[in-house]
Structures are given as structure tokens and as C-alpha cells.
Design a protein around this ligand. Sequence first.
Ligand code: 3H9
Length: 703
Amino acid sequence: MSEIVSYSLSGDIAVVNIDSPPVNAVDQSVRAGLKQVFTELRGKPEIRAIVLACAGRTFVAGADIKEFDTGIAAPGYHEVLRLIEDSPVPVIAAVHGTALGAGTEIALSCHYRVAHEAARFGLPELSLGIIPGAGGTQRLPRLVALEVALDMMLSGKPLPAAKALEAGLVDRVVTEAVGPAAVAFAGELIARGAAPRRTRGQAVKGGEQAAELFAAKRAQIARTMRNRQSPLALLEAVQAAVERPFDEGLQVESALSAQLEQATESRALRHLFYAEREVRKIPGLAADVKPRPVTRVGIVGAGTMGGGIAMCFANAGVAVTILDTSQANLDRGLATIGKNYERSVTRGSLKPEQRDQRLGLITPTLDYEALGSADVIIEAVFENMALKKQIFVKLDAVAKPGAILGTNTSTLDIDEIAAVTGRAQDVIGLHFFSPANVMQLLEIVQCGKTAPDVVVTALEIARQIKKTGVVAKVCYGFIGNRMMDPYGREAERCLLEGATPAEVDGALEDFGMAMGILAVYDLAGVDIGHLTRVARQHLLPRDPSFYRPAAMLNERGWIGQKAGRGYYRYDGAERKRAVDPEVVAMIHEEGRRLNIPQRRPERQEIRERCLYAMINEGALLLEEGIALRASDIDVVYTAGYGFPRYRGGPMFYADTVGLKVIHDKILEFQKTLDPQYWQPAPLLKKLALAGSSFARWQAEQTR
Ligand code: 3H9
């Protein structure tokens, strides 16, 4: 018996145990172990039932994702799962934790399923750009209604045990330890002489409505999963389950899986899976650096940002004191928080008692002294250096020794802010994204003097409030906003050359950005970026066309959705964005006035200019050490800036295009466009000429 898969006997019941920490992911050794044990048990006629359970915190959480890079070694999934399903005696899966992907598929190949009440079953393969490839597309619709099966696989959302019971996926839900409960269940099966109940032998449930269902799902995919290949492949595989015998369906699933595993979509999504875990590892930090304890948090500023940040902590059960300069501001801030929670209660995602408990954790104050007991204080006032410095002087006076002082600035020099305190080692940037209680990203900005344990605490805070923390160093805009600058610059310049806002945003949205950049400016407020540029005017290019459309909109008070117009008009109750001919004409006229050639760039050019400018800036960030890894930039952009996950983030995308292609295009733009903006970053040039990639460069750096 292998150490990873073993069995013990409980009378005439064999209890097979998978023990492959941390999450019992299935790799070759687990498959080989299962094959060996189930083959051995076949030769034991005294065994009358088999329980399949897992050690540690969870049932199998999926196929080992690393194996998709190397190829799946024998024995394959189908062989092993068929062996389990073919067992002559009943096999009962005992599920605790999260059965995900191949975990759920293993449970489906068992004859019965007993689940702990906190267990969940999910098939999240689409989030990795693949489909359930161990028979899931064929077996699931044989156990639960076709619609439920499709929803589970398309959404990737795990089904809680109680729902799984209702749906027919689970036979019994228990509150006690699931292993012994499954043994008891097996005993009952033996007592009543129950035979194996093979999933593959059952008919698909709800197949009569298949045609309408598939049509509806196809429409849903076209709407919400644009440019994706795996959701359509999923439908094809499930359609085969409906229309063909099990074994043929399985072949369809296999063929589609093999194609998808090699495709860019899956490689991109797998890249992000690793990248999102890699961000927690900070090179050069000693392994024994421990986070500081965080049980009380202070927030300065009860505006949209401060309120959203307060909610993040209250949601995680952490007490928050929130300070503002007037009672009216505090009242307004708390009312907004209350409204946000109320909306969740109405939607049914929050219980009234949870709302009360969370609101109870938020204490308003006008007095800086009240922040004295906080372990972390986060300043979240508007973007103004003088104001932030004043606040940090006050925080330095009241904060207890060792308290972490965070600033939610999105662009400012945090070293300068830290310098007004007597404790620069405790100062760090904690850049949340609006709405802070919703957005996934937390950019953690390490200043010149920030102590290592403060960085570790910030990463721990991100984990605590369920965000993805990415560490950056200080520069204008850090990772995210610094790369936005050239991206937006090109979008604006394309407008002056005769493209319309709808064409620019359309090009970016077709690529897969959640929202075009101009629509984003309208949402965030065109004034925000404009004011930052005014404050940094002495550092910006002396180019009258630089962000000129934004300046013109500002001059007219057309600052976006909050004004009812910006790059677009937002009329009516729905405030849907609509073309504004006046704005289009105004910008085009300005382009002509500035003698900008009216080339009216096409979609592809718009996309290349915006994205390649962004990627080039990313290469500079890597060289300057502002971003620790190319993959960190990808996490920032997919978690915080609406970059399509299925393209892996800007740097991964660059590798898929080829750095040489991008480099050559930049040189072409140098000739045809304004040359001051089109200098290939030295790193990009070096890698392009060497035929290398950001991924290879990153691997070499960490070797
Ligand atoms: C699949 O099953 C395909 C099938 O249809 C078969 C096709 C033929 N593989 O997230 P955590 C590692 S597709 C490899 O920090 P948590 C992870 O890298 C798969 N490694 O913990 C990390 O390592 P490290 C479908 C994995 O408690 C450590 O485990 N399954 C895998 O926050 C801890 O992970 C999924 O998509 C894996 N499958 O969350 C599930 N899973 O410490 C993906 C985890 O070195 N996994 N690791 O950084 C998850 O969603 C979460 O990890 C889970 C635990 C909820 C399980």
C-alpha cells in the first residue's frame, strides 16, 4: 500500500484513506495509490462495502493543477474512476471540506455519497479554462437535473451539502464526523443487501428540456463569457451526455479536455492560479518574520473609501473605529454603510443579525485619541499630500507604539508621508479599490523604511479580509495606476486623432476589458485623474495633446456619471451610456486645432497602442523593482483593473503575443506616432531580442 492511499478494516467494511496534504489534490501518486488499493480490495471477497475518505482539512480539492503543465501520467483518471465505479461491492464517498473538480468527480464515481453538513461540492474547472475531464460532464447530469448540473459547471459555485442532498447528489448529510457516519451508512447498505448503484448506468435527468436549456445557456455564455472557449466546450460535452451512450460521451469529454488544456485560455487561468498564491511570498523576507496582531482597526475618513474599508474589517469580525472631522460626515458615512448592508439583507446574502453584528463593530468618532488603541490605522481621505501629512502628524502623536499607519493613497509618494512621522518603519501604503468592500485587490506599498513585519502584517490583513494583497514599492501610481497612465494617454490621443469614445472603449471591451477606459473615467469621475495631473503638472510632458479631452471635459464640468455626462451621456433613470455627439465633435475639433493628423485609428490599432503602452510601462516597473514579479502585475490587473482573466494579465498576454512582436510594433509607433511616448523599455528590448519572455525572465530571477 502507498502512504498516500491506504485502507483499514472496520469489520467487513474497508475504509480507504487519501492522505496527500495540503488539499489531497490528485496527482499520479494518488491515482496510482487508488488503483492499487481498489485492485487489491477486489481480491477480498470478505469485504462487503468500501468507504472512500480523505485525511486533513478537506476531501480531494481537485486534480493537481501542476500536472496539466507536464501531462497526465498513467494511470489516467478514467481508468481509476472506472475501477472505483466497477467495484462489485458498494463504494461510499465520505466527504468533508470542499470536494472540488476531480474530487467531486471521484465522489460521482462512487455509488453513494455521505457528506458532512459543512461540506461543499463544486466543479470549478471553467475557472481554469478546462472542463471536468474525469467524467464529471457525463456523470453529474445523471445524478442531478440537467439544469442544476449545467449551472454548477457554468458558475463553478460549490453546492453546500444541504442543497446537494436536495439535488440528489448526496444520499445523507451528517453533523458528526463523516468517516464513521459513512461506515454506519455502509453497514445499513450491507444489512439491506443494497447493490452498487453506478452513476453511469442511470439516465440523464431532465433531458427532455435539453434543447431549450442549451439554447438559453448558449445565449448566457455569449453575454457573460465573451471570447471564452471552455464554456462552449462544456455545453458540447454535456450535450454528448444527453445524446450519446456514456462511453461515447466520455470520449467527447476527453477530446475536448485535451484541446482545452493546451489552449491559451487555460494556460492563462492556470498562470493566475499560481500567481495569486505566489504574491504572498516576498523574496528576501526571513521565514521567521511574524505578523503583528491585529484586533482593532482605526480609519480616518468616513467617505466612500473609508466606509468601504470599515466594512471589509467589520465583515471579517474586526472592531473598527472610524474618524471624520464633522458629525455630519460621520452620520453620512455610517448611513451609507447601513444602506449597503441593508441591500445585502434585502438580496438575502446577509442575515439581519449579521448586519447588526457588523454595524455593532463600527464605532464613529471625532476624536483622534479614540484611535490610540488601534493596531492598524488607515488614512482614507482624498488625494492631497498636505492633508495626508497633517493627518499622519496627528496619528504619530496618538497611535500606540507598534501600531501600523497605513495610507490609502493611490498615487502619492508615501516615503514623503512617512517622513513626517517619527516611525517611518510602521508606515505602509494600503491601496484599496472602489468599492472597497467589493473589489478583490489590495495594493500593499512598501516604503523605503517599512519594517519587514509590517509588510507581513499587511499581507495577513489582506488574507483576513479576503483580498488579494500584492506588494509594490513606492513610485507615482505604484503598479496599477502607473500602468494606467500610458494606457489612458493612448486612449485619449486616439480620440484626438478622430476615433470616438465608443470606438476606443469598444476596442478594449472586445479584447475583454470589463469596461473601456473612458467609461471607467466617467464612472470614477473625470475630475479625479485631472486633479492628479494638475498637481503633477511640472512632471508631465510638455504636450498640449496630453490628456486634453479629459481637461476639456473638466473645464465644462462634464466629469462623468455623477454629472450626467462625460465622454458619454447618461440620461434617464437607467443612466445607460450613450454617444454624445457634442463631445465627439468637440474633441475632434480640438484634435484638428492641435494639428493632430486625423488618422481615425481602427480597433486593432487602438487596442495595440493602449495595451502595448501599458505593457511597456510594466517592463519598466520590473526593471525598477517596483513590482517584484511579472506575475504580480498580472494579479494587480486582473484583480483590480478588469483585465480579462482568460488572457492571464498584461504581462502574460504580452508573452502570448510574443515580446518581439510588441517590441517591433513599438518601434513602428515610434516612427508613425509621437516618438516621445514610444521608447521600448530596456528590459522589453533585451527579452525581445533574446527571443525570451517575461515568464522566463521571472523564472531566472527567482532561481
Ligand atoms: C480538476 O480537478 C480537473 C479535473 O476535472 C480532472 C481533469 C482530468 N492543485 O488556496 P490555498 C495548493 S481542476 C495543486 O492557499 P485555501 C495551493 O497552490 C482542479 N495545488 O488554500 C497552495 O499551495 P502553497 C479543480 C493546489 O485553504 C495550497 O494547496 N480544483 C490545488 O485558501 C493551499 O491552497 C480547483 O480549482 C490543486 N488543485 O483554499 C481547486 N489546490 O501553499 C483549487 C490547492 O504551496 N483550489 N493547491 O501556495 C482551491 O480552490 C483552494 O486551494 C481550496 C483551499 C479551496 C481547496
